[in-house]
Design a protein around this ligand. Structure first.
Ligand SMILES: [Zn+2]
Length: 496
């Protein structure tokens, strides 16, 4: 049962007047099954063998193969823009996989959009969390959240996804989600509660380890034009907001800096990254067509932007890669009052509503550490190096024992959460950084910081960062311990 009354749907969320040919729209009830999805993908391949192909990135925990669609028109003279689109990371966001299928349909079968593949190459994951989707459950089969696992990489499906993403080298990434318009916190607001009114919310990173030119470019070139398209279609939108309890009051977090989730994780590899939240969780098939169309309009806006500005986009990404930002260790959200639009459920009216925003899109830097020339990781720390590889970092090894002047971390304060979060007991530490001379054995792993995805290395290796490998217990430590991670500050041209 949808918690949404008919009068709310009729007044605010009329369906789009369009025909959609994807499997769910061929039936009155339910959603596209995994089998129907596979059948649909195969039928498109047989119609468009020159434009579409498919591979499998791995299998889900329950043994279902996870398909990845490749759309490309061979064109040797053009350097393509690589666009990654993923759906269904959360299994209860039923419009998301359907939106990927609709995008595939329109790119292949609508002559109006055929030109896009001249300059754009796409890799698409229509259904990332198959086991969850089959049960209409947010989580993977083991109960963990794939979009909190982008750094710790403890879930099978995340490893396959991240590896495929890293191998592709995406320049633009879209992660398609749906959000719940009726939240528990909302029942306490206004007279008899509120419901969210926004058809779409945009989540793009505020993380300061992502160079500001890339953050601004994402907003100015991609997010703002997509919002204009929604305006033209009378669809309401906002930057991503979500309620949070703060000292007993309900505040709204806006944006995110959190690399455990996709939007920031992808941005840290130097790409234009956005997570879309479409109004859809918990309301069944209500306004299903409208939801699919909203995702479609935004995705098409992103593809057109990429097509029309391909050289500028590549130049901006190259500029971001050259920008050697320091490591942001501690930040603070900007807090202010703002007005959002919301549905007052008592009056069934859209009202202006004053809220307190805690904004991650305007972060204040509280503490930073200089960017090193390279990180050294001791040879036995396989849990760290395996994850760095999956995250797309290039690693090299010392081929003989050698002494270096480096900075070491000694743990001065240590806290380990008693309660598990997503399967781990998170650690929070403070460290003292000291310059020492140390002999490193053959096989020591070197992570050079002039590589394109280096900001990701900083995010996961600096132990005080909120979503570091230390935070997620990739390695355990204790008060007084010296971490097996070292910082080489001086440039050393002998290192490969
Ligand atoms: Zn989601």
């Amino acid at each position: 049962m949808s918690p949404q009354s008919k009068k709310v749907t009729e007044k605010f969320f009329q369906d789009a007047d369009i025909t959609i040919n994807t499997p769910a729209f061929q039936k009155k009830k339910g959603y596209t099954s995994y089998e129907e999805l596979m059948e649909y993908l195969n039928s498109q391949i047989s119609k468009h063998p020159n434009l579409m192909s498919m591979s499998f990135i791995g299998t889900s925990q329950r043994g279902k193969e996870i398909p990845m669609v490749h759309l490309n028109r061979e064109n040797e003279n053009t350097e393509k823009v690589k666009v990654w689109i993923q759906g269904g990371l959360h299994g209860n966001e039923m419009g998301s996989p359907e939106s990927v299928l609709y995008l595939i349909d329109q790119l292949l079968n609508n002559a109006e959009y055929a030109y896009l593949l001249d300059k754009i190459e796409l890799k698409m994951i229509p259904m990332a969390n198959i086991d969850g989707y089959e049960k209409e459950n947010r989580y993977a089969a083991n109960g963990l959240d794939l979009n909190r696992d982008q750094i710790k990489l403890n879930i099978k499906e995340s490893v396959f996804l991240k590896q495929a993403f890293s191998d592709f080298g995406a320049e633009v990434a879209l992660d398609l989600h749906e959000y719940k318009p009726y939240r528990k916190d909302y029942t306490a607001l206004s007279t008899y509660g509120i419901a969210s009114i926004y058809d779409a919310m945009f989540l793009y990173t505020g993380n300061l380890n992502v160079p500001d030119n890339l953050r601004n470019y994402t907003k100015d070139r991609f997010v703002i034009p997509a919002k204009k398209v929604l305006d033209e279609h009378q669809l309401l939108h906002h930057d991503y907001i979500s309620t949070v309890k703060h000292l007993g009051d309900i505040h709204f977090n806006q944006g995110s800096e959190s690399s455990r989730s996709s939007a920031t994780s992808y941005a840290l590899t130097g790409c234009v990254s956005t997570l879309l939240e479409i109004r859809g969780v918990g309301i069944g098939r209500t306004s299903f067509k409208r939801r699919i169309q909203t995702t479609f309009l935004i995705s098409m806006s992103y593809l057109k932007t990429a097509y029309n500005n391909s050289e500028e986009l590549k130049a901006e990404i190259a500029k971001a890669k050259k920008t050697q930002v320091n490591a942001a260790l501690e930040t603070k959200r900007n807090v202010y009052k703002d007005t959002i639009i919301t549905i007052d459920l008592d009056k069934n009216e859209a009202i202006d509503f004053e809220v307190t925003i805690r904004d991650a899109l305007q972060l204040q830097l509280l503490k930073e550490r200089t960017r090193p020339f390279a990180y050294f990781i001791l040879p036995e720390e396989k849990a760290i190096t395996e994850r760095l590889k999956i995250l797309g970092l290039e690693l090299s090894l010392l081929d003989e024992e050698k002494e270096f002047e480096v900075e070491s971390y000694t743990v001065t304060e240590y806290e380990r959460e008693a309660k598990k979060y997503e399967g781990v007991n998170r650690q929070t530490i403070s460290t003292e950084v000291k310059t020492i001379k140390k002999s490193f054995p053959k096989g020591t792993v070197v992570v050079k910081m002039d590589q394109s995805k280096a900001n990701m290395a900083m995010e996961v290796l600096e132990p005080e960062v909120k979503n570091s490998f230390i935070t997620f217990e990739v390695i355990e430590t204790a008060k007084g311990a010296v971490l097996p991670i070292y910082r080489l500050i001086k440039t050393d041209t002998s290192l490969r």
